[in-house]
Write a protein that binds this ligand. Structure first.
Ligand code: HEM
Length: 726
């Protein structure tokens, strides 16, 4: 039997010497328990005062959590040790299956506030009273990667919102892209199999740059519109806070008389659309694979609450029939210029989760979780989703009672006769567990409400039972072209670069060629650029089910650059300092950033910080090789003369400036920084995006310039593909 822990060297917490540098609040450790050392030297922390006593899951207090029960000090562990067995048994079962798609996600709590009533078109309670707030929970995700994959994979982002309305939960399970790859849910398993790692070799992880994906795509022309979106910078968001969200499908709003209005849902970020560039994304994935989740966590904890506007496009059957395409086809949008987005509310995320697993992992969304007043349409992709989510959650969460898990439970009264099953928490009370019954108005339990209850839209049947794709779904290229031509030149270039990158990873030339044959139907210039980038001739155009309509007007709403931020607020400068950095200049810069509600992190050769010119010790957030410039939106380089000489021979310091330059970031250059730029080979290339920082006036111009997303004119000088003779 293990001996009770001897009272060896008892050390009260709080006796540890205080650190010299500032410690973030979450890192402050307060303990009020005594520590003792056991006979084998192990640490025992003993509860006293207000400290909770450790117990088993059955509530039995635990005397020793460091040693299992043994027959003799060196003998075998005994089966009798229920505490040991319970602890290991529970640990063994900690993992549940990860989501089959969207496995990597991050979530936060907040609220939706109605700013414009939709009472004229829907009875949905959430859309009735202006100013009313509805609690919400939002999970952002990537699609293809597994739970541990990096945040900056080139991928669609999930944007799933659960509204806890007074008449039941509403899940708006959207993405950051308003269209999808396929038109019919029966193709979803094929799409996802093709996108995920190949089944024999189990790579590549969280990437579409491989043969299987592009093979499937090349044989699925309906995906071409989506391909333009995923090859654009939309799939490289700077932050969850800076991306749009879309419900994708056409849904229905229903009024009290059952009249239907079609609706498409849009989320518009208050921070403006912002993305990173591909080379930067690749490096962020190494430097901080948690870049997006950290950003959301930090922003909310700092009180900089992310916000989106909810917009709706409302239309009727007649308007729907006015298009050449079908509003039930999820590969199509209705351009905002044709049908403006009406803003009806705002979503604010103001609270991080208490526990990642309990909330973010266990949350379960479903497209058909809709309250009275909202209904689905016949979109065949949506119809399939309505089945798929509940089915997968039955397995993922282990039974039919996942609606009892607090994150999934409605916040309005829930009353029915469903009972039992794994982990049942809310079985009906009393004798009645069926209806109709005659146990009286209270003991008999709940009854139907024909007025308030959910009613489906009374849609007319559409014809004979058929396994067929409607002809109205056959235009695969027109909107792909419209998207491409709606982009600014720099954005079009990025689409071409991304296609060349991805297809260069495809080993089979016939697959590359088949993809380019579709691009010919979208835009001859794009096809020529990509073919040239791949070193192949432009193939014949793919056989098109419908000729491309080249008359669609470009839509400004589709460009990130045109819908970017208008100030630097909420973004971050990496300030590189050394011993001897000019204290006044540093103070002027940080004051200007504070005034702008922008953020900064101090990067220094040592994590202990740097001693500024006035003798103050400035704590560093990052050591130079752990805080590369890809983690920041702009950089300021403020070394002393001696510091600059040291940085000039330091590889991470040189990368700090060359990467920022290559990624078209604004660069503030302190008066003594020249040797670093010299050694990094940039001194002759410095442009208007590289701004001298000498005093308050320069600082103001620098912070103002940073308000733009990037200094794009530089890209032509830093990209081999863009050189005229390349
Ligand atoms: C417009 C097309 C689609 C969009 C916008 C979309 C969006 C999403 C989102 C945002 C999630 C993550 C939910 C979360 O954070 O927990 C998700 C998960 C999932 N989606 Fe989709 N999806 C689409 C198409 C489909 C289709 C066609 C299917 C199947 C027929 C499907 C099946 C699933 C499954 C099985 C999950 C995992 C759910 C879970 O384990 O809880 N999705 N989808």
């Amino acid at each position: 039997m293990a001996k009770p822990a001897p009272s060896g060297s008892t050390k009260k917490a709080g006796e540890t010497p205080k650190k010299a540098t500032k410690t973030p609040p979450e890192a402050k450790v307060e303990t009020s328990f005594a520590e003792t050392q056991g006979s084998g030297g192990e640490t025992h922390q003993v509860a006293e005062g207000d400290v909770a006593v450790l117990t088993t899951q059955q509530g039995v207090p635990v005397a020793d959590d460091q040693n299992s029960l043994k027959q003799g000090a060196r003998g075998p562990t005994l089966l009798e040790d229920f505490h040991f067995r319970e602890k290991i048994f529970h640990f063994d079962h900690e993992r549940i299956p990860e989501r089959v798609v969207h496995a990597r996600g991050y979530a936060a709590h907040g609220f939706f506030e109605l700013t414009d009533s939709l009472a004229d078109v829907t009875r949905a309670d959430i859309f009735q009273r202006v100013g009313e707030r509805t609690p919400a929970f939002v999970r952002f995700s990537t699609v293809a990667g597994s739970k541990g994959s990096p945040d900056l994979a080139r991928d669609v982002r999930g944007f799933a919102v659960k509204f806890y309305t007074k008449e039941g939960n509403w899940d708006l399970v959207g993405n950051n892209i308003p269209v999808f790859f396929i038109q019919d849910a029966i193709k979803f398993p094929d799409l996802i199999h093709a996108a995920k790692p190949a089944p024999d070799r189990a790579f590549p992880q969280a990437q579409t740059a491989h043969d299987n994906f592009w093979d499937f795509i090349s044989l699925t022309p309906e995906s071409m519109h989506m391909i333009m979106w995923i090859m654009s910078d939309r799939t490289l968001p700077r932050s969850f806070r800076t991306m749009e969200g879309f419900g994708v499908h056409t849904f229905r709003l229903l009024d009290a008389d059952g009249r239907s209005t079609f609706v498409k849902f849009h989320w518009k970020p208050k921070a403006g659309l912002q993305s990173v560039v591909w080379n930067e994304a690749v490096k962020i994935n190494g430097a901080d694979p948690d870049f997006h989740r950290r950003d959301l966590w930090d922003a909310i904890n700092a009180g900089d609450f992310p916000e989106w506007e909810l917009g709706v496009q409302l239309f009727d059957e007649e308007f729907a029939n006015s298009f050449d395409f079908d509003v039930l086809d999820s590969t199509k949008i209705i351009p905002e210029e044709i049908l403006p987005v009406r803003i009806v509310g705002r979503l604010v995320l103001d609270r991080v989760v208490d526990n990642f697993f309990a909330e973010t992992e266990q949350v379960a969304f479903c497209t058909q979780t809709v309250p009275p007043g909202i209904d689905v349409s016949n979109d065949p992709l949506l119809q399939g989703r309505n089945f798929s989510y509940l089915d997968t959650q039955l397995k993922r969460l282990g039974g039919p009672n996942f609606t009892h898990i607090p994150i999934n439970a409605a916040k309005c009264p829930v009353s029915n006769f469903q009972q039992d099953g794994h982990m049942a928490m809310t079985n009906p009370k009393g004798r009645a567990n069926y209806e109709p019954n005659t146990w009286g108005p209270v003991a008999g339990g709940p009854r139907e409400d024909p007025v308030k209850g959910f009613r489906s839209y009374a849609a007319e049947p559409d014809g004979p039972k058929l396994r067929i794709r409607p002809e109205s779904f056959a235009d695969h290229y027109s909107q792909a072209r419209q998207f491409l031509l709606s982009q600014e030149p720099i954005e079009q270039k990025h689409i071409g670069d991304a296609l060349v990158f991805e297809l260069s990873k495809v080993e089979r030339p016939d697959i590359r060629s088949r993809v380019v044959s579709h691009l010919v139907n979208i835009d001859a210039d794009l096809a020529a650029t990509v073919a040239d980038g791949l070193g192949m001739p432009v193939p014949e155009a793919a056989q098109a089910a419908r000729p491309t309509n080249t008359d669609l007007a470009p839509s400004a709403a589709l460009s990130i650059v045109r819908n970017g931020p208008n100030a630097f607020a909420g973004r971050k400068v990496g300030i590189l300092v050394t011993d001897g950095t000019d204290a006044k200049l540093f103070a002027a810069l940080t004051a200007a950033l504070d005034a702008e509600d922008a953020l900064f992190e101090v990067v220094a050769p040592k994590i202990g910080g740097a001693t500024l010119s006035d003798g103050t010790l400035l704590a560093a957030k990052q050591k130079i090789d752990g805080g590369p410039s890809v983690l920041f939106d702009a950089i300021a380089v403020l070394p002393s003369a001696e510091g600059a000489a040291l940085l000039a021979v330091d590889a991470p310091a040189k990368d700090f400036v060359t990467d920022a330059f290559a990624h078209c970031k604004f660069i503030g250059i302190g008066p003594k920084a020249e040797p670093l730029f010299q050694k990094a080979g940039l001194i002759d290339d410095l442009d208007e995006g590289c701004m001298p920082l000498t005093g308050a006036k320069d600082v103001a111009s620098f912070v103002e310039a940073c308000g733009a997303l990037r200094f794009w004119p530089r890209e032509l000088n830093v990209d081999l593909d863009a050189q005229p003779d390349a």
